[in-house]
Design a binder for this molecule. Structure first.
Ligand code: CA
Length: 233
């Protein structure tokens, strides 16, 4: 099996080496960067990076800026933010900039490895499965093979996680899906994550696909439970 490549951007060398050693032990190929500039350089020279671990507080920039850059330049890369406990606001901003997950420092290496593994599986899942049928739900058209969503024939720019959520909701349209079901399907586990991660992703998707995100028509909230995709009828 081909080795998955992971970028770790972290200026604290102790944490960076520790994470790097453990990822290598698990069989991953690791690219290290200590500054934003170094990360940008590695991202442009190294091919096929599956996932990036991004520290937020860096000497030259914020990890959030690097996350935005990744979202603009790469279609299929997972992003996990490494945040400090005091950075609650950064965490939310990180999600808005398109992160798939976050982990709070100090973290256990076991938890980090589980999240890395789950995200890599998610990022690769749809691109590996061949010959999926197009889902045509006007005004939307979803192409599972190319992992693209179109609204009125215009491509909607989704992160890998957002795409997986939309696909799950559209495949099961008009059914109520619980947050636990969404976590199981998209993140691969309901135990590792809290519901907030589902909600921020849904908010982000609504901003991209709804005509009026404050009055969502397509992705409806099922109060106290989860979400449901409604066809335009
Ligand atoms: Ca730092």
């Amino acid at each position: 099996r081909k080795m998955d490549k992971i970028l770790i951007l972290e200026d604290e060398i102790g944490i960076r080496s520790f994470v790097s050693i453990n990822l290598k032990r698990e069989g991953y190929e690791v690219i290290e960067a200590g500054t934003g500039a170094e990360a940008i350089e590695k991202l442009s020279t190294e091919k096929n990076i599956s996932l990036a671990l991004l520290d937020i507080m860096l000497p030259d920039t914020s990890g959030i800026e690097i996350c935005k850059y990744i979202r603009k330049e790469f279609d299929n890369m997972g992003v996990i933010m490494l945040t400090a406990k005091s950075q609650e606001d950064d965490k939310i901003e990180g999600f808005q900039s398109g992160a798939d997950d976050y982990i709070v420092k100090p973290f256990s290496i076991k938890e980090l490895l589980m999240r890395v593994q789950a995200l890599i599986r998610r990022v690769k899942k749809d691109s590996d499965s061949k010959k999926n049928n197009m889902i045509n739900t006007p005004p939307f058209l979803l192409d599972p093979n190319k992992r693209k969503l179109y609204k009125n024939e215009v491509e909607v720019d989704l992160t890998p996680t957002e795409f997986s959520i939309v696909k799950y909701l559209m495949t099961n349209d008009s059914q109520s899906l619980s947050r636990d079901q969404i976590l199981e399907e998209v993140w691969g586990s309901a135990d590792l994550y809290d519901y907030k991660i589902v909600d921020v992703n849904i908010r982000r998707i609504r901003n991209k696909i709804e005509d009026d995100p404050s009055k969502p028509k397509f992705i409806q909230t099922v109060w106290g439970y989860g979400y449901s995709f409604r066809r335009d009828e």
